[in-house]
Design a protein around this ligand. Structure first.
Ligand code: GTP
Ligand code: MG
Length: 281
């Protein structure tokens, strides 16, 4: 199905949004969706929860809450919480984005909790990545993983109604002054109070500024090439692994593992042997 959908993709803008748990990501996505709907754009939302192995209560709650607002067919929401799914969460998310893109959505928003590599991979498939921070995160920005800092095209300080928003802003600026990005873009910092809808216009403007910048500097294509380079390797790895699994069967893997554990077999030789067989079909 993905093969037949692919020719119809490439039109949607993909916006990734990540941040710590409870920062207000869903609330902000909801506000942004309203904003873009007013501009008559159709919106697809993918809410990814990499931390729970099942469709947990929180994610279901999110979905119900969001769907209450939207009896609007111009908004489609899909929640995902399947860590360990074949091909990994990033790959599955990318596939869902492909479906939404092919369905003709103008904008796809991907929300994910920013905690680790999985989430960085997820937002990497976005054209624009918004990283959300909130005041009072202990050591504030220092606690955010360097990887997350690197992927931010736009920073949002949500819950700016709380004390400490200026401090977070200062810390981001300090970190920004340390390293220039390859594309020379300085990510703007936007303060929001998502629960009240404050700052949404400003955020939309910042997003649009970055899109303009990408176009002017002809970076859009370059960014997509980079994304596809990563995705292609991942797809290959998955496909080869799948093939190896078919070839072996699960029981065989367990059998080999037992033999290796007892030093009756050499894992290095075994892998070479299996890979060699795969090549021959
Ligand atoms: N004071 C304040 N509360 C907010 C703001 N934005 C969101 N909230 C509240 O923060 C709580 C969490 O909001 P969510 O939108 O569910 O946060 P989230 O980041 O999606 O949470 P997870 O997906 O569970 O990680 C809710 O009770 C919101 O009403 C804000 O700007 N100020
Ligand atoms: Mg959420």
């Amino acid at each position: 199905m993905l093969k037949s959908l692919f020719p119809h993709t490439g039109r949607a803008r993909i916006l990734g949004l990540t941040g710590p748990p409870g920062a207000g990501k869903s609330t902000l996505v909801d506000q942004l969706a309203r904003h873009y709907r007013k501009l008559h754009q159709t919106v697809g939302i993918i809410a990814v929860d990499p931390t729970s192995p099942y469709t947990g209560g929180a994610i279901l709650g999110d979905r119900i809450r969001m769907q209450e607002h939207f009896s609007d067919p111009g908004i489609y929401i899909r929640s995902m919480a399947t860590r360990g799914s074949l091909g990994g969460l990033a790959r599955t998310t990318a596939d869902v984005a492909t479906v939404l893109d092919a369905s003709g959505r103008d904008l796809i928003m991907i929300e994910t909790v920013g905690v680790g590599q999985d989430e960085i991979d997820i937002v990497r498939l976005a054209d624009i990545t918004v990283v959300m921070l909130v005041p009072g995160m202990g050591d504030d920005v220092q606690t955010i993983k360097a990887g997350i800092m690197e992927i931010a095209d736009v920073f949002v300080i949500n819950k700016s109604d709380r004390e400490g928003a200026e401090r977070v802003e200062r810390e981001i600026r300090a970190l920004q002054s340390l390293a220039e990005r390859d594309d020379k873009w300085t990510p703007p910092i936007v303060k929001t109070v998502a629960s009240e809808g404050t700052g949404i216009e400003g955020l939309a403007a910042a997003i649009s500024d970055y899109e303009t910048y990408l176009q002017r500097e002809q970076l859009s294509l370059q960014k997509k090439v980079q994304t596809w380079q990563d995705r292609l390797l991942e797809m290959l790895r998955d496909a080869l692994l799948e093939r190896a699994r078919e070839h072996l069967g699960n029981d065989a893997v367990a059998g080999y593992a037992a033999e290796i554990a007892e030093h009756k077999r050499d894992p290095y030789e075994l892998v070479e042997e299996i890979v060699g067989k795969l090549g021959k079909g």
